[in-house]
Write a protein of this length. Structure first.
Ligand code: COA
Length: 330
């Protein structure tokens, strides 16, 4: 039986650390409010000339190095982002070009905080059917270019951060790798967390008034997002466990999308997991949407908290609404 194995991980966050105290000087907020509501202490913001493709390239090169591979050995790139460098084409082809690769397919995934899991689901199917054998799956985000630091946007402005995480996936016949992956969506909540423009539902697709009225930056009904996230993530974890027949007690590490520390703590409580089985790094990076799971996965592996044979559960919830989970034998 062919399964999808993680060959390696890599990550990159911009050098600039923006603390909550620094934000206090830019907008009406406080370190205390941000910490209490989200657990975030700092986030990274990219330099003026840095792009999402640049962050993705650094994360990918680290993953390639850890796998002992050259970029030319890749046969597919899947890139997840909600903050693309351009309206079109997707950031995937810019990453491909920067890696010096040509001809291999680049798929751009637009599933926000669940983008990495949606990408993993596609990669897993492609690998198991033999379509591709070396897939680079990247989540990259450059939120700092589009944050609303005004009073209206301060709920989201303090949450999001920049960064990228990458993994290299390959087939294996061993009893390891992706054991199950499930993704879901409920479009009834599409406008609960969204960025309205630029968008071709409008004629023209962006106006000066849109920019003045801040329709081009994220708008969120935070409490609704919170309510659904704490329900859907445990549900998805239980779904992938149910699919494999493995008990929750055998899970060694849960890596939740780093949306908000309070959301992760609620998920942990619902599942009844001890602290050492829950990975959190939102304190340092904020919410990096599609990049948060691969960044956390990389750090957990680098810190030795995920070792050979560990049972790892990834779970995400985000805009759309979209959500899902994956169970991986490391
Ligand atoms: N700094 C200071 N005050 C802020 C603020 C900020 N950055 N953002 C909002 N506030 C204020 C509000 O204006 C409001 O003030 P008011 O009571 O005078 O009207 C007050 O804080 C409470 O706002 P509210 O939105 O009701 O707070 P909340 O308890 O729901 O917390 C979130 C807000 C965003 C932290 C919370 O809803 C949340 O975590 N939601 C999930 C968000 C998330 O994870 N999104 C990503 C999902 S992928």
């Amino acid at each position: 039986m062919i399964r999808t194995r993680f060959l390696s991980t890599g990550f990159r966050v911009p050098d600039r650390v923006v603390t909550n105290h620094e934000l206090e000087g830019m907008m009406e907020t406080s370190d205390e409010w941000i910490r209490q509501r989200s657990g975030i202490e700092a986030r990274r913001w990219a330099a003026e000339d840095e792009t999402g493709a640049d962050l993705a390239e650094s994360a990918s090169r680290m993953a390639l190095e850890h796998a002992g591979m050259d970029a030319t050995e890749l046969d597919c790139i899947i890139l997840a982002t909600l903050s693309p460098d351009h309206f079109f084409p997707g950031t995937g082809v810019f990453l491909q070009r920067q890696l010096g690769v040509t001809d291999i397919p680049c798929l751009d995934v637009r599933n926000q905080c669940s983008g990495f899991l949606y990408g993993l689901s596609v990669a897993d199917a492609w690998i198991r059917t033999g379509a591709y054998r070396r897939i680079l799956l990247v989540g990259t985000e450059l939120h700092s270019a589009g944050l609303d630091l005004s009073l209206r946007g301060r709920d989201t402005g303090v949450l999001f951060g920049d960064g990228a995480g990458a993994v290299i996936l390959a087939p294996t016949e061993e009893a390891r790798g992706v054991l199950a992956v499930k993704v879901h969506a409920d479009g009834r909540h599409a406008e609960t967390l969204w960025t309205d423009v630029p968008g071709c539902a409008h004629r023209p697709y962006i106006t000066c008034a849109d920019i003045e009225e801040k329709h081009h930056v994220p708008a969120m009904q935070g409490r609704e997002v919170f309510r659904h996230a704490v329900k859907r993530m445990p549900e998805a974890v239980r779904e992938v466990l149910g699919e494999t027949g493995l008990p929750l007690a055998e899970v060694d590490m849960v890596i939740p999308h780093q949306a908000n520390l309070r959301i992760s703590q609620a998920v942990q409580k619902t599942l009844g997991l001890p602290d050492e089985k829950m990975y959190n790094n939102i304190q340092r990076y904020g919410n990096t949407t599609a990049a948060s799971i691969p960044i956390a996965l990389h750090e957990a592996v680098a810190e030795g908290r995920i070792g050979d044979g560990a049972l790892v559960c990834l779970t995400a919830f985000g805009s759309g609404f979209t959500w899902g989970a994956a169970l991986v034998r490391w």
